[in-house]
Structure formats: C-alpha cells, structure tokens
Design a protein around this ligand. Structure first.
Ligand SMILES: [Zn+2]
Length: 301
C-alpha cells in the first residue's frame, strides 16, 4: 500500500507541538519531558521552523510521524493513519497512488440518496442515543445515517452540506470502539465546517456556538443551541478561516465557544478570535474535558 506524496507531506507538516500535545506531552516554551528516557527536566525540544523534535539526553529525534511511531509503538502506516484520524485529514481511503491524475471531485449524486431516509443500525442507535443521549430531532436534522460494510463493521455516515444545502462531503465514523481507521471519507469529500445549513435558521440576536468536531456540535444542538463545528483544533485550514470570516461579515451575530480544557483547545480559541473578534469565551467546569462531557453530566438519565 502506498500513499500519496501530498498526503504524506500534510502529515509531516502538522505542527509538531500540536502532535506532541495530542500524544499527551505537555509542551511549554518549545520543550517537554522526553517520553523515551526517564526524564525529570524537560530535555525534549521542538523546532517549529524545522517541525522536528530532539532530545539532548537520549538523542531521540524526528518529525511528526516518527514521534507517533515511537510514542505509540506503531509502524509507519499505523502512525500515519493515527495522525490522519486525529486531524481529520483525508487519506483517500488508502488507495494505491495513481499517476499524475487530478483528484476526482466529490460525486454528490452517488451519496445524496443515503441521506434522504435515515436508517440507524443498532450500533448507531447505541452510540447516538444511549451513550451520547442526543435529541432525535438533532439526529434527523443532521441526517445521520448508518451502514455496515462487507466485513460487518458498522459505520455512522455524516453528511456535510454547504450553506446552500448542497451535499459537499461525507464522513464515515467507525462505530467499533478503538478500531482503526476511525474515519473514512469518500474521494473528494470536503468536510470543512460542519452544519452550515443552520445559519439560515439563525435569528439575528441568537448566539452561534462553534465547537470542535461533530460530536460536540450534536451535543450543543441537543442542548438547544445553534452551532457549527470546525474539524480540528490543530489544523484550522485557510479555507475554514475564510469561510468563518465570510459568515462573520455577512451575518451580524455573536459567536460563542466552550474551548476544550487543554492547550490545543485554548490555542484554537485564540486562533478563532483573530478571525472573529467578538468570539465569547465560555469556561467548562474543571471535571469536563469538552462540551459533550458537560452535556452528559447535565442531562438527567
Ligand atoms: Zn530523551
């Protein structure tokens, strides 16, 4: 199995400190404890210009993929897949790289019919209603549906629409806990900002929440708020940023956010605040890592 060079480069270009944080390392002033030797003073340093890590004691060094391989004891392929899943990077379903062909555009007509009538298998119902306690109306609004592949793996199928309501991408989420890959995207899917059609329902005085990822967005909607989601804290794309600033200039609304209680969450807030100067910060309580957590704790059983 080979991987597209461009995709591989995307994984290599992920900010090294963000990747380290995703792995649970605490990075401060471009340094952290080294996980590869018994370290008590931070001796692993990060170069943001070279996007590399290096330990001055045990001499461990490398880039994003090496860091994941070593830290999670994964082989190259597994580490790439982990990185892609963590950052919602589309790996073209790991098909062998073709010749210099242009990437195929997303074929919406192939997928639209799946979302006309939602069908939720047992795994999907358990995930959405038992574990996440989402409102059925939200699941219907988001047109979530499910399917089971030839190997018997259940997938949740999440459609992405643009502001005009056209299907622009599909995200498949593996419903088997811990199974890899966690996500799959049909070719050409554009899974940027999620739940854009909600903007048409937004009244001018109504707050709009921004969440990280679909799951928090569903929880936010189930809690009665209007919300959109951006795909990932560590990788806010230029296109997502442009779209947000267009929304900000076209609609006079206030944006709100509960950043995840970790450094990537706070960094994302600060990045977004540069685009959306009126973004309001809401603090999660100390025992909640993200909004889904808070939603579950507040929702009576
Ligand atoms: Zn070391």
């Amino acid at each position: 199995m080979t991987m597209d060079k461009i995709q591989l480069q995307k994984l290599r270009d992920l900010p090294i400190e963000g990747v380290a944080e995703r792995l649970g390392l605490r990075v401060s002033r471009h340094k952290s404890l080294c996980p590869f030797h018994a370290d008590s003073h931070p001796s692993l340093s990060y170069s943001t210009s070279k996007n590399m890590y290096r330990c001055f004691v045990c001499e461990a060094k490398g880039g994003t993929i090496d860091l994941v391989m070593r830290h999670l004891h994964m082989d190259f392929k597994e580490a790439c897949r982990w990185l892609a899943d963590q950052h919602n990077i589309i790996l073209d379903e790991w098909q062998p790289a073709k010749t210099d062909e242009e990437p195929k555009a997303f074929d919406a007509s192939r997928y639209e019919r799946y979302f006309e009538h939602s069908w939720l298998n047992e795994s999907a119902r358990k995930f959405l209603f038992t574990e996440r306690m989402l409102d059925e109306r939200v699941v219907r609004w988001c047109r979530l549906t499910s399917w089971t592949d030839r190997k018997g793996v259940p997938w949740l199928q999440i459609p992405y629409y643009n502001m005009e309501g056209q299907l622009v991408g599909v995200q498949n989420r593996n419903l088997v806990k811990g199974a890899l890959p966690r996500f799959r995207f049909p070719k050409g899917s554009e899974c940027g900002i999620y739940n854009l059609p909600v903007l048409r329902l937004l009244k001018s005085s109504e707050p709009l929440f921004i969440t990280e990822g679909c799951s928090d967005c569903w929880a936010m909607l189930s809690a009665g708020h209007k919300a959109i989601a951006i795909p990932s804290a560590t990788l806010l794309t230029k296109k997502d940023v442009e779209q947000l600033s267009i929304i900000n200039s076209q609609l006079s609304i206030t944006f709100h956010m509960y950043p995840d209680r970790d450094e990537p969450g706070e960094r994302l807030f600060m990045q977004l605040q540069q685009v959306l100067p009126n973004l309001v910060h809401h603090q999660l309580p100390p025992d909640c890592k993200d909004f889904s957590d808070l939603y579950l704790k507040k929702t009576p059983l």
